[in-house]
Design a protein around this ligand. Structure first.
Ligand SMILES: Cc1ncc(COP(=O)(O)O)c(C=O)c1O
Length: 364
């Protein structure tokens, strides 16, 4: 097993830090996977070995999240962005409509793509509040003719997270790219849950899609091959040559998560890490500001500002010198952002909270 000598705390929003144990395992297994004399990305995707990796990745996702029997587990190319369009292409053609919640930058992209196919009704629009808050889930109602209601469970840029979901009969379709695997999901409410892999699951370029059979039954037969969910279900995520490396890493990350204690462990750690950082903001209220409504603050992406853009830049630069990278806020909003996904060790959050104290004392 190779030994890694240089690692820093990587607070990037995605791609982001992955478990060191997994990276070392990949390095160790890579040139000669399972004694086959070749790496996994050189093998036929029709081989028993690759099929076995897919089956295992799928069954680990199913086990960890307690995905119900009537829901398929798919790994699809194109990331979460592709799902923004694929969902309406499958469900909204022929003048159908869906309800969307506009919670920030990622919801906006999902809405824009859905509008190219069908009718979009906004049941929540956070624009006026600058996307710092969400509706009370109990107050969200779906329209009578809505095929589904779409929400973004965690806005990665805004640091805003749904803590509970609307109790409606209409199936919910959720983009869980940046908080899947960080808390349990009650799948009863959901028709589709999708997530780009590059935060809590593995490398970019692949989306995990959990889709109920009742939704697959609605997919039109005349869609082009790759767009139709029914084809991916039938082909067990191998309707075309699939992203094998991504799924292999997903399998390893899921094994790592299971060994750590699964979703209960992930939730506990996410709560602890985020609390450390929000407490640091609170200790220095007046120096640090988190614009997000306290009820909906994300456990995955902690956003905050210092008193000026110059100090924000200084914070990011000095943090890097202290071995903490990726703390610059998204270019569209500025400020600072600490992304603390499952693979971020608690020591990383402690180091950052300590640095926040020190920085505020020196510059406040
Ligand atoms: C919430 C959310 N949705 C969608 C995406 C887009 O994912 P991808 O780049 O895999 O298409 C991202 C990427 O960061 C995201 O954070």
């Amino acid at each position: 097993m190779p030994t890694t000598t240089h690692r820093i705390h990587n607070f990037s929003a995605g791609p982001c830090t992955l478990p060191l144990e997994v990276l070392e395992q990949v390095a160790d297994q890579f040139p000669d996977y399972a004694g086959e004399g070749m790496s996994i990305i050189e093998m036929s995707h029709r081989s028993k070995t690759v099929a076995g990796v897919f089956e295992e990745a799928q069954s680990l996702v199913r086990e960890l999240l307690a995905v119900p029997e009537d829901m398929h587990v798919l790994f699809l190319g194109g990331g979460a962005t592709f799902q923004f369009g694929m969902i309406p292409m499958n469900l909204l053609q022929g003048g159908k409509s869906a309800d969307y919640t506009h919670s920030g930058a990622w919801a906006k992209k999902a809405i824009a793509d859905a509008k190219t196919v069908g009718t979009v009704n906004l049941v929540f629009d956070g624009t006026d509040a600058n996307f710092t808050t969400l509706p009370d889930p109990a107050s969200v109602r779906a329209g009578d003719d809505a095929v589904y209601l779409h929400l973004t469970s965690n806005e990665t840029i805004g640091g805003l997270q749904w803590k509970d979901f609307p109790a409606i009969d209409t199936p919910i379709v959720a983009d869980m790219s940046s908080d899947i695997m960080s808390r349990p999901i009650d799948f009863e409410k959901f028709g589709i849950v999708y997530a780009g892999a590059q935060k809590n699951i593995g490398p970019a370029g692949c989306a995990l899609v959990l889709i109920k059979q009742s939704v697959v039954d609605q997919c039109p037969g005349d869609l082009i091959n790759y767009l139709n969910y029914a084809n991916h279900v039938k082909g067990q995520s191998m309707a075309n040559t699939p992203p094998v490396f991504q799924v292999y890493l997903i399998k390893l990350v899921m094994e790592w998560l299971k060994a750590k204690g699964g979703i209960a462990w992930a939730k506990d750690m996410a709560d602890q890490r985020s609390q450390l950082l929000y407490d640091a903001v609170q200790r220095h209220a007046g120096f640090y500001t988190c614009p997000v409504d306290e009820r909906y603050r994300s456990t995955m992406n902690v956003v905050f500002t210092t008193p000026s853009a110059d100090l924000d830049a200084k914070f990011v630069e000095e943090a890097l010198a202290h071995g903490m990278s990726g703390l610059k806020g998204h270019r569209s909003v500025g400020g600072c952002r600490a992304s603390i996904y499952n693979a971020m060790p608690i020591e990383g959050a402690k180091a950052l909270a300590g640095f926040m104290d020190d920085f505020a004392q020196r510059n406040g």
